[in-house]
Ligand binder design. Structure first.
Ligand code: NAD
Ligand code: UFG
Length: 337
């Protein structure tokens, strides 16, 4: 199978490339490197012994996208390219709608012109808003609390309308819960550009000495220890979920939607203590006010993905934090020497 991977140089994209290439698939990447480094692709090649053709460019550049589709015969596309910082999306909504929504429209137009009708889209558990109950199944109502989430929800809805009008298309909308961890080799991992917004990269940077202490955003939630609960999923499990989704698209399922999570929630304090075990140091923290827009708890019911894809997350919480620490300690500055 020959697959175009948009945003393939990023965190989830690079891990997915490894699993795809190891499964015998071929991959071409388009990425503008706005939140990543081409070094990740060199490392994917190093890990797999395979080559990845790379186009450095923007998915909003339609002539470039047309050239890529003219240069290759693709069986499917995985669409990771997107901006994902919730806070930035509140400050710069147009940037997020332009990139995430318009970028997807251009991709779909070019795919349609080229006769490529199989698409895997990176969606997010953020489309469930503040769920009425837990665990979350795919038929829960959707809503968004910020422009990033809104952009994901808009794209989900656009893809549903588009597939309805074009039944020959097969589209998998994958709703990721909280991806963390790194490849067990420590050769690829998450490399945030700026101060990390997310919990796991922040804890890693405290452990490596780049940040003084973690701020825990609220300890008065209605959760067992008062801190926020999330469904953390090892990025390699998530990557394997994409390989399964690509295989599923070969059976012409039409529009499908899957939660990719473990079904298990962990609190911020659970994450801190698991990370302390992994790195053998104390992680200093302070309790800070709740972060605007955060919810108390969120975790998946992953049953449908198991039934339909034969996919299940297998890595434990300790695997997740051990692999994060392995990557962080081997690459204190990420992909930058
Ligand atoms: P990432 O930032 O590491 O990867 C995204 C990649 O897309 C980057 O390499 C970036 O340079 C590229 N990109 C962005 N806009 C582009 C454009 N217009 N043209 C070309 N390339 C572009 O993020 P990630 O964590 O790997 O996330 C991948 C996808 O999964 C995103 O769509 C994100 O919204 C979604 N997602 C991520 C999470 C998470 O917590 N990491 C959770 C749910 C959904
Ligand atoms: N947290 C802290 N301190 C920090 C960072 C986070 O206490 O410095 C807490 C949060 O309050 C929350 C938990 O850690 O309780 C997880 O926060 P993250 O920012 O890591 O993840 P979120 O669940 O807020 O959101 C992430 C992505 C979203 C995505 C969502 C669901 O950022 O884009 O997972 O997939 F939509």
């Amino acid at each position: 199978m020959n697959v175009l991977v948009t945003g393939g140089a990023g965190y989830i994209g690079s891990h997915t490339l490894v699993e795809m290439l190891n499964a015998g698939m071929d991959a071409v990447v388009v990425d503008n490197l706005c939140n990543s480094s081409a070094e990740s692709l060199l490392r994917v090649e190093q890990l797999t012994g395979r080559t990845v053709q790379f186009y450095q460019g923007d998915i909003l550049n339609k002539p470039l996208m047309q050239k890529i589709f003219a240069d290759h015969k693709f069986d499917a596309v995985i669409h990771f390219a997107g901006l994902k910082a919730v806070g930035e999306s509140v400050a710069k909504p147009l940037k997020y709608y332009q990139n995430n929504v318009c970028g997807t429209l251009i991709l779909c137009e070019v795919m349609q012109e080229a006769g490529v009708h199989n698409l895997v889209f990176s969606s997010s558990a953020t489309v469930y808003g503040d769920p009425a109950s837990l665990p979350i199944t795919e038929d829960f109502p959707t809503s968004a609390t910020n422009p990033y989430g809104q952009s994901k929800l808009m794209v989900e809805n656009i893809l549903a309308d588009f597939q309805r009008a074009n039944p020959q298309w097969n589209i998998a909308r994958l709703r990721y819960f909280n991806p963390v961890g790194a490849h067990e080799s420590g050769i690829i991992g998450e490399d945030p550009n700026d101060i990390p917004n997310n919990l796991m990269p922040y804890i890693s940077q405290v452990a490596i000495g780049k940040r003084e202490k973690l701020s825990i955003f609220g300890n008065d939630y209605p959760t067992p220890d008062g801190t926020g609960v999330r469904d953390y999923i090892h990025v390699v499990d998530l990557a394997i979920g994409h390989v399964k989704a690509l295989e599923k698209l070969q059976t012409s399922p039409g529009l499908v939607t899957y939660n990719l999570g473990t079904g298990q929630g962990y609190s911020v304090l659970d994450m801190v203590s698991a990370f302390e075990k992994a790195c053998g140091k104390k992680i200093p923290y302070q309790i800070a006010p709740r972060r605007a827009g955060d919810i108390a708890a969120c975790y998946a019911d992953p049953t449908y993905a198991l039934q339909e894809l034969g996919w299940k997350a297998t890595h434990t919480l300790q695997d997740m934090v051990n692999s994060s620490w392995h990557w962080q300690s081997k690459n204190p500055n990420g992909y930058h020497a």
